[in-house]
Design a protein around this ligand. Structure first.
Ligand SMILES: Cc1cc2nc3c(=O)[nH]c(=O)nc-3n(C[C@H](O)[C@H](O)[C@H](O)COP(=O)(O)OP(=O)(O)OC[C@H]3O[C@@H](n4cnc5c(N)ncnc54)[C@H](O)[C@@H]3O)c2cc1C
Length: 448
C-alpha cells in the first residue's frame, strides 16, 4: 500500500491501474515503498486507483505477470531478518479477474487488514516484551556489583516490577478483546452470516480496541526494552549483548500498522462517529456525569463486598473523568474537534489507560475465581500498581486537555470534577513492586 508520498495518508497513493483496450487486463504503473517480504513474495496485493477514482482498488498480482522491478533491500535500524523493498510497477499486466472484491473497495479492505494487523502486532509486542524482560531478569541475578546481584537493589526491582506489570496488563487487554472478537464472530455465524463476512464484522466492531492494543502493546514493548538496556548497564549498550537488537527491533512497532499518533486519533474518531450514529450512547452518560458534578459527592460509604469493589469504583470514576473531558471538548469545539489533535491525544490516553486497567482487574478477578485469592496475591499487587499508574496518567492527560480549552469558572468546575473522579486510596506501591519483582526474580524470567 505505502508509497513514497503516501504513508499515513494511505488513500492518497498515485499508483494507477488502467484497463487495456481489449478490456481483459489492467496495466499497473507506480511505485510502492517499505514492502515487507517484498524481496521473496510470489504474490502481492497491490493497491492502486483505477483511472481517476477517488478510492483505491486492490489487485492480486503475481510476480510472473512482468513489469515488476525492485530496489535493493532497505538498510533498516532493526528487524533486519525481515525483507523490506521498494517495488516498481511498469505496465504490469494484471487480468481483470484479479481485481480483489470490487472497484474502489481497496481502502476498505486495507482498513480491515489493519484491524487484524493491529491486534496481532499488540500480541507480538507482548511476546517480545516478555522475552526482553526475561533476559534482563536473568542478567540481574547473575551480574554482581557492590558484592551482591543487582537484582537485590530496590531500584532494579522497581524496574522489573513495572515492566512485568505493564506486560501483564497489556496481555489482559489482548485476551479480553480477542475473546470479544471470537464471541462476536460466533454470534454472527450463529445468526446465519457467512464466515468471511462475520470475521470482518467482528473485527470492525472491535476496531477501537484493536487500535488501543496496537498503541499500548508497542509502547509497553519500548518501555520493556528501554528498561532492559538499563538493567544490563554498559552491556545493554553493547552491540554484542541481546538488548541492542531488542531495542532496535522494538522501535518499528510504533510506526507501522498505522503510527501510534494515527491510531490514537482513530480511537477517538471512531468513538465519536459511533456516538453520532447512535450505536453507542456517549452524550447521555456525559450529561449525567455533568449533573453529578453539580451534586454533593458520594463519600464512598458503600457496604458492598467482594473482590476489587473499591478498585472497580475507581475505574468507574475514571470513565466519568473521561466523559467529563470528552463531553466538554465536544461542546467546545463541535465539528472542529478534529483540528485539536493535542486534546484528542489526551482523550486517547485516558481511553487507553481505562481500558487496560479495567481489563487487568477483570482478568485477575477471573483468576481469583479459578484459583482462589491466596494463589493470586502477586497478581493483586500488579492490579494495584497498574491502577495507580492508570489513574495518574488519566488525571494528567485530562488536566492537559481541560487546560487547553477551559477557563474561569468552567475551568475550576472541571478541575474539581477531574479531582473527584481521579481519586484513589493510598497504597504502598514500593512494597507491591518488591513482591512482584521478588516473584519474577525467583523464577528468573517473566513469571506469568
Ligand atoms: C520496516 C517497515 C515495514 C513496512 N511494511 C509495510 C508493508 O508491508 N506494506 C505497506 O504498505 N507499508 C509498510 N510500511 C509502511 C508503514 O506503514 C508507514 O511507514 C507508516 O504508515 C507511516 O507512514 P510514513 O512512513 O509515510 O510516515 P508519515 O505518514 O510521513 O508520518 C510521519 C510522522 O507524521 C505523523 N503524522 C502523519 N499524518 C498525521 C496526521 N494526520 N496527524 C498527526 N500526525 C501525523 C506520523 O504519526 C509520524 O509521526 C512499512 C514501514 C517500515 C518502516
Amino acid at each position: 500500500m505505502t508509497e513514497p508520498d503516501s504513508g499515513s495518508d494511505a488513500n492518497s497513493g498515485k499508483t494507477k491501474a488502467t484497463l487495456t483496450p481489449d478490456g481483459k487486463h489492467y496495466l499497473i504503473n507506480g511505485q510502492k515503498m517499505w514492502i515487507t517480504n517484498g524481496g521473496f513474495a510470489d504474490v502481492y496485493v497491490v493497491f492502486a486507483k483505477i483511472d481517476n477514482d477517488k478510492n483505491l482498488s486492490a489487485f492480486i498480482v503475481e510476480k510472473t505477470f512482468g513489469g515488476i522491478t525492485m530496489n535493493e533491500e532497505e538498510k533498516k535500524m532493526g528487524i533486519k531478518g525481515s525483507s523490506t523493498r521498494q517495488i516498481f510497477f511498469n505496465d504490469c499486466k494484471v487480468p481483470v479477474e484479479n481485481l480483489l472484491s470490487e472497484r474502489e473497495n481497496g481502502f476498505k479492505i486495507a482498513v480491515n487488514i489493519l484491524n487484524i494487523g493491529r491486534i496481532k502486532l499488540g500480541v507480538a509486542a507482548v511476546g517480545g516484551s516478555k522475552m526482553a524482560i526475561s533476559k534482563a531478569i536473568k542478567y540481574s541475578t547473575e551480574r554482581k556489583q557492590f558484592g551482591t546481584p543487582i537484582a537485590t537493589f530496590g531500584a532494579i526491582k522497581a524496574k522489573i516490577a513495572d515492566v512485568v506489570t505493564k506486560i501483564f496488563a497489556s496481555e489482559s487487554a489482548h485476551y479480553r478483546a480477542s475473546q470479544n472478537i471470537d464471541d462476536a464472530y460466533n454470534a454472527f455465524v450463529a445468526g446465519g452470516m457467512d464466515s468471511a463476512k462475520a470475521r470482518l464484522k467482528a473485527l470492525e466492531e472491535f476496531a477501537i480496541e484493536c487500535a488501543i492494543l496496537k498503541v499500548h502493546g508497542s509502547e509497553v514493548l519500548d518501555f520493556a526494552v528501554d528498561e532492559g538496556v538499563q538493567i544490563y548497564g554498559g552491556m545493554g549498550f553493547s552491540a554484542e549483548g541481546p538488548m541492542d537488537r531488542a531495542y532496535r527491533d522494538a522501535r518499528i512497532n510504533r510506526i507501522f500498522e498505522g503510527t501510534n499518533e494515527i491510531n490514537r486519533l482513530l480511537t477517538i474518531d471512531m468513538l465519536m462517529k459511533r456516538a453520532m450514529k447512535g450505536t453507542i450512547d456517549l452524550m447521555g452518560p456525559a450529561m449525567s456525569v455533568q449533573k453529578e458534578l453539580m451534586s454533593i459527592p458520594d463519600f464512598g460509604t458503600s457496604e458492598e463486598e467482594g473482590i476489587f469493589v473499591k478498585e472497580k469504583k475507581v475505574i468507574n470514576n475514571l470513565k466519568k473523568a473521561g466523559l467529563v473531558v470528552a463531553g466538554a471538548a465536544v461542546q467546545k469545539f463541535m465539528m472542529k474537534l478534529s483540528e485539536e489533535q493535542e486534546v484528542l491525544m489526551n482523550l486517547a490516553d485516558m481511553l487507553i489507560e481505562i481500558y487496560v486497567a479495567e481489563s487487568t482487574l477483570l482478568r485477575i478477578e477471573k483468576l481469583i475465581g479459578q484459583r482462589g485469592e491466596k494463589a493470586c496475591e502477586i497478581q493483586k499487587e500488579m492490579a494495584m500498581i497498574y491502577l495507580h499508574s492508570a489513574v495518574e496518567k488519566a488525571a494528567s492527560a485530562g488536566k492537559q486537555a481541560v487546560y487547553a480549552f477551559a477557563e474561569g469558572d468552567e475551568l475550576r468546575l472541571m478541575m474539581l470534577g477531574l479531582k473527584r473522579f481521579t481519586k484513589i486510596d493510598p497504597y504502598n506501591l514500593k512494597n507491591a513492586r518488591r513482591k512482584v519483582a521478588d516473584y519474577a526474580i525467583s523464577k528468573t524470567e517473566y513469571p506469568f
